[in-house]
Design a protein around this ligand. Structure first.
Ligand code: FES
Length: 111
């Protein structure tokens, strides 16, 4: 059975400056939200390596470096640049009326 999804408001556009990221709550999930050139990208906040908060990492272009061991993740595709066996989950986003929404599964799962 395919799980349902829903868009959840996670921030105002003004909350996330260009070129930066932030940890936000999308329902019960923690999501890493990034702002690059007017576009917003959302990925799973917990690094798949050892749980670092990707939303607190440093962003260069569309690659965020995990604050724990500096692995790089592409925030557009979720691909890990450091170890190709790993990837992080990517969530669709949309902007409406100055607010950012992230589409997450509606099943209460954390990841
Ligand atoms: S926890 Fe993210 S690179 Fe190790």
């Amino acid at each position: 059975m395919e799980s349902e999804t829903k868009f959840v408001k996670v921030a105002d556009v003004s909350d996330v400056p260009q070129g930066e990221g932030k940890v936000v709550h999308a329902g019960v999930k923690k999501v890493a939200l990034f702002h690059v050139d007017g576009e917003f990208y959302a990925i799973q906040n917990y690094c798949p390596h050892a749980g670092g908060f990707l939303g607190l990492g440093s962003l260069k272009g569309t690659v965020v470096r995990c604050p724990r061991h500096s692995w790089g993740f592409d925030i557009v595709t979720g691909a890990c640049k450091t170890n190709p066996r790993y990837e992080t989950r990517v969530y669709p986003t949309k902007v409406e009326d100055g607010a950012v929404y992230v589409e997450v599964p509606d099943d209460g799962s954390i990841l």
